[in-house]
Design a protein around this ligand. Structure first.
Ligand code: NOJ
Length: 710
């Protein structure tokens, strides 16, 4: 296909259609057949619908085939449609939510999961995944933290790259989102304003998008938010300036849902004509669901506000992507069943991911449970529900999920496993005295209780910001009553975000955080509870003590006061008069069924020459009674620089698997590139002077050694 020649043949109307994405409901057989005049309310004519460039929100592969067939019957230029879908943590086999995947501290694992999702995409009609979502997050009130891999720029960047590589193992294009800084919404309110210094933007928020692009992401979705006063889709400095001119990205930029229209709501455009103009000027290629390009692109060109070259360039990017995906050769390319969907191998990957992302928050010694128990109680709203697969689960089905009770039953075939709901999981759920009584009775009669509580899938994801991050009083009453009835109680916690659950932690003998673990969540939970594996997850996001601390993150800056001691290097970060500024659990935190001891840090040299390397090493010993995996974390603090530097930043991590009594020396190479940051002139470099290297089990570690960059 000669794309340039094709573009020459296309009319401006056809070009505008190519740059428009509509919901698949507008393109299904029925509506195509039904359209005779302008589509009611939308002002689209049949011809406009027929030449559309791409679609989203379709549900079955048979729909995809039908839609493409109908489209090709009527498209003047025989250009196939692109089918794009929100594949966030799996297509049909659902793996844990991205925030949980962050806890696995394993880019290799998310790559394997993304590759699995891609294998299912190519038999379910999907050409483009609206993934990875790489927005950095620091505020648990924002419901979309579930879709992110957490609060750390280094970890997120590794995960961004790994996901792109995973999807690209198949013929699937990748659309990284949401460009940019969507995760920094003020007050954790979805879609809210972001106002941010260029240093913060470049140092923390942009690198993960860049990492995805360096790994070959094909598309970028702009975000809904204002960034420094301009919505991302119209933000010329951001999209044309940084993304295109500075980073050299020549792939497709798509808006988020109707965000061209929203320029009017933000008050930066008077009408649709101005929306289309600003979007084109920012080099936005595809308009998702709103219709300003269709309505005004022709007029914009005719009036000379934009030139045909701009339009042609955008169309070319879209057509090049279609060609790259092979759609011109075979419009039905990703619709052939290969029987991978929900296969055994995929379920095993989902199970492994759920095991590795679970985080042990507390253990008084109750866990692991003995599998010689004959009577086990599974109590709580998550005891026997498929609603553990998480928000944005694409074609995932709660009925395909292994519930906690089912997971335990299939692991312990000789045990009696009884279920009581106790209380619902809705916000504000109250205890019903009859249900509570039944739960307490069951707890008393059982050898061990698994109390499966938390936040439902519908409480996280888009538009689910929260003022309150605690679980309901009803769930707390249930915990109190159950623990009073049976000390051998473990809380199995389900959540799409960090929670302020100190009161639960205080009285629960053990707490294992499963997040929303996906299709095989129940299998993974059972195997962890009964010691087939030791938990190894580490929190990718700080758990606040109180919602008033949000946003809270480990790599914060020091404050000049109040001073509490004479060491000017220790954190004086300001506090509250009615509570601590410390998190409930810090970033990187997570226990194991065994214990690890860290030796003092050794440096190969305490002077690092620019362009050279030093080795930071530490001996880690398993001093407990079971085998386990520890994620050894390296953080670096720049003690004095031309601009203030955070108290520490993650620069590396390594997993070690140790048998009881075994030890291993873990080494990290540190070079000057790892010490670089943006100065006031937005120039990235490392400055000479003193640094601290911290190595430990979480971001609170005080195990450090000092070195100097000379
Ligand atoms: C809105 C969401 O913000 C975005 O993440 C998603 O990809 C689109 N809708 C399409 O569903």
């Amino acid at each position: 296909m000669d794309i340039k020649e094709l573009i020459e043949r296309m009319t401006i109307e056809e070009k505008a259609e190519q740059l428009t994405q509509v919901n698949s409901s507008l393109l299904n057989k029925k509506s195509i057949a039904d359209i005779t005049g302008p589509l009611s309310g939308l002002g689209l004519t049949f011809n406009q619908i027929s030449g559309i460039g791409s679609t989203l929100n379709f549900s079955r592969v048979s729909d995809v085939i039908e839609i493409q067939e109908n489209h090709l019957k009527i498209d003047q230029n025989s250009i196939p449609l692109l089918f794009m879908q929100d594949v966030i943590h799996g297509c049909c086999t659902v793996y844990p939510i991205p925030l949980a995947m962050g806890a696995a501290f394993s880019p290799e694992l998310i790559k394997e999961c993304a590759a699995m999702a891609a294998r299912e995409c190519v038999e379910n009609g999907i050409n483009v995944v609206f993934s990875p979502m790489v927005d950095m997050v620091r505020d648990a009130r924002w419901g979309r933290v579930a879709e992110s891999t957490g609060e750390d720029v280094y970890l997120n960047s590794l995960y961004a790259k790994a996901q792109v590589e995973g999807y690209h193992t198949q013929n699937v294009a990748v659309c990284v989102k949401h460009f940019a800084a969507y995760g920094a919404a003020e007050a954790g309110r979805d879609y809210n304003t972001v106002d941010m210094s260029e240093i913060t933007l470049r140092e923390y928020y942009l690198p993960a998008y860049k990492a995805a692009l360096d790994a070959g992401a094909d598309m970028v979705m702009t975000s809904f938010n204002l960034l420094n006063g301009v919505p991302a889709a119209a933000n010329k400095k951001l999209v044309k300036g940084i993304l295109r001119d500075e980073w050299g990205f020549d792939g497709v930029v798509i808006s988020d849902y109707a965000s061209f229209d929203e320029m009017m709501v933000h008050g930066i455009a008077e009408n649709g004509f101005e929306c289309a103009y600003k979007a084109m000027e920012a080099t936005g290629d595809i308009e998702m669901v709103s219709l300003n390009y269709i309505r005004y692109l022709k007029e914009l060109v005719e009036s000379g506000k934009i030139n045909m070259e701009q339009v042609n360039k955008a169309v070319e990017r879209v057509l090049v992507l279609k060609q790259k995906l092979g759609l011109f050769d075979d419009p039905y390319i990703n619709t052939k069943p290969k029987k991978k969907t929900l296969c055994k191998e995929h379920r095993a990957i989902a199970e492994k991911a759920a095991v590795k992302s679970a985080v042990l928050l507390k253990n008084d010694g109750v866990l692991p449970l003995s599998d010689s128990f004959k009577k086990i109680a599974v109590i709580g709203p998550f005891a026997d529900t498929g609603d553990i697969i998480g928000a944005w689960h694409c074609y995932g089905n709660t009925n395909d999920a292994i519930t906690v009770a089912a997971g335990i039953r299939s692991l312990l075939t000789a045990a009696e496993v009884h279920v009581e709901e106790g209380v619902g999981f809705e916000i504000g759920a109250q205890v019903d005295s009859k249900k509570l009584k039944a739960a307490v009775k069951l707890a008393k009669e059982s050898e061990a209780v698994i109390l499966a509580i938390g936040e439902p899938s519908s409480d996280s994801g888009e538009g689910t910001s929260k003022l309150n991050l605690d679980l309901s009083d009803g769930q707390y009453e249930l915990l109190k009553a159950v623990v009073a009835a049976n000390k051998n109680t473990t809380v199995l916690l389900f959540s799409g975000r960090p929670l302020t659950i100190k009161r639960f932690i205080d009285i629960a003998p053990a707490v294992l955080l499963m997040w929303h673990p996906g299709t095989e969540g129940g299998t993974a939970a059972a195997k962890l509870l009964f010691g087939r594996y030791s938990p190894e997850g580490k929190l990718p996001m700080s758990f606040p003590m109180s919602v008033g601390q949000c946003p809270i993150y480990y790599n914060r800056y020091n404050t000049g006061r109040p001073r509490t001691n004479n060491d000017i290097r220790s954190p004086y970060t300001s506090s509250y008069i009615d509570g601590s500024n410390l998190s409930l659990f810090p970033f990187g935190y997570g226990l194991s069924y065994t214990q690890f001891q860290y030796s003092e840090i050794k440096l190969s040299n305490n002077r690092l020459n620019d362009g050279d390397k030093i080795t930071v090493s530490v001996k880690v010993k398993n001093v407990g009674k079971r085998s386990g995996v520890e994620t050894v974390q390296l953080y670096i603090q720049d003690l004095v620089a031309s601009v203030a530097r955070p108290l520490r930043g993650l620069k590396g991590f390594k997993k070690v698997s140790l048998a009881p009594g075994e030890s291993q020396t873990v080494e990290f190479a540190v070079d000057s590139e790892m010490l670089e940051f943006y100065n006031e002139d937005i120039i990235k470099s490392a400055e000479k002077g003193k640094f601290r290297a911290f190595v430990g089990t979480d971001s609170d570690t005080q195990n450090y050694a000092e070195f100097e960059l000379v």
